[in-house]
Write a protein that binds this ligand. Structure first.
Ligand SMILES: *Cc1c(COP(=O)(O)O)cnc(C)c1O
Length: 370
């Protein structure tokens, strides 16, 4: 196996001849929704055992032609990332911590027996797409261009005893409004019938298979009148892990002297970049932050005692989503007043402020593209 040095991986530029007309694009950007509309271009890059990474292109967005026997259709060898490009009030275009996505993409690749991509190539691919399609980044705080890098196994054949010998890396972009409605809370369902991830499994990997296995539980949450599912640990079904595709934080106390706790990364949780950012940001605001563990019974008791005042979920797509209430097989309870709490809102304001450039960026998280 040969992997060409990073500096040799380049992208040919093939601009689209059929771009969406400006007036139509502006109409879309006025109300982009989430993940329904895509920009004019995409990035593709191939890997084979003989050639390593090769054939990089920026090309018109469009469908792939793949043989029905392509490995990914059968064995799900796939992984992805999610991050955003923002248009700041100054006109600058930035991404938030893209190096962290590059690093996580490669740790996912190792677990899925897929080839790693040099971090500078991952970044270059994102920058090329964002620069080419910069007119697709909507204005306004909360709006962004959602970037979806992903990799699929493209070897043809049904042999199952080895990983694919060919892969396709791709990046697409989709203009996005903020994901959940502002000022709202979600109600969560404690899943006891299903498990998201087990020790030694793929819980810490951003792979599509984790999501495929989660839809039944999410459907059950909706059937129970809830918005999202909360995952518990696989062994004891009592330790809280995540909410849907987001990490969770528990807030103790009130504004002065508040502290936040998030479940530690045991290997079955996804190491969220928003989670990591909040763990580092909170102390700069006088909010103590820790990783630890919390059981369902503790969650309920601490809410009843008035000590646990807020709970929120966090992730790139929705930033911070306050949780208002909990339901499970043995009943439910309300968190605080059931409305978004002050510490959740403060952390959200601070993080969004860094992303949109009107708060200082003490950690150097903002990566300028143009
Ligand atoms: C992507 C993801 C998150 C959040 O990660 P961010 O880097 O903060 O966007 C959390 N949990 C799961 C299962 C995820 O797939």
């Amino acid at each position: 196996m040969t992997t060409s040095p990073a500096t040799e991986i380049d992208f040919e530029i093939h601009p689209s001849q059929t771009r969406v007309p400006a007036a139509e694009r502006e109409r879309i950007l006025a109300d982009p929704g989430f993940g329904q509309v895509f920009t004019d271009h995409m990035i593709t890059l191939r890997w084979s055992a003989e050639r390593g990474w090769h054939d990089g292109k920026l090309e018109p967005y469009g469908p792939f032609a793949l043989d029905p026997a392509t490995s990914v259709f059968h064995y799900g060898q796939e992984l992805f990332e999610g991050l955003k490009a923002y248009r700041q009030a100054s006109g600058s275009i930035v991404m938030f911590r893209p190096q962290a996505n590059a690093a996580r993409f490669n740790s996912s690749a190792r677990r899925m027996a897929m080839p790693e991509l040099p971090e500078e190539t991952f970044l270059r691919a994102l920058e090329l797409l964002v620069t080419q399609d910069r007119e697709w980044i909507p204005d306004g705080e909360g709006n962004s261009l959602y970037l979806r890098p992903f990799m699929i196994a493209t070897q043809r054949g049904l042999g199952v005893n080895h990983p694919s010998s060919e892969y396709l890396f791709c990046v697409i972009g989709s203009p996005a409004a903020s994901y959940f409605g502002a000022g709202k809370t979600v109600r969560v369902w404690l899943s006891e019938d299903y498990t998201r991830a087990a020790p030694g499994g793929t819980g810490a990997v951003k792979c599509g298979g984790n999501y495929a296995a989660a839809f039944a539980a999410q459907q059950q949450a909706v059937d129970q009148g809830c918005d999202q599912v909360v995952w518990l640990d696989a062994a004891e079904h009592q330790w809280v892990e995540e909410m849907g595709g987001m990490n969770l934080f528990f807030v103790y106390g009130t504004d002065a002297g508040g502290r936040i706790l998030t479940p530690a990364l045991t290997g079955s949780l996804l190491p969220g970049i928003t989670r990591d950012s909040l763990l580092r940001l909170a102390p700069t605001l006088g909010i103590h932050a820790a990783e630890g563990r919390i059981s369902v019974s503790q969650w309920r008791a601490d809410c009843a005692a008035g000590e646990l005042t807020e709970v929120f979920a966090c992730g790139t797509a929705a930033v911070i989503t306050p949780v208002g209430g909990v339901d499970g097989a043995t009943g439910g309870w309300t968190i605080g007043s059931g409305a978004p709490g002050p510490i959740s809102l403060r952390l959200k304001d601070e993080l969004i402020g860094i992303q949109y450039g009107h708060r200082p960026d003490p950690f150097g998280w903002v990566h300028k593209v143009a």
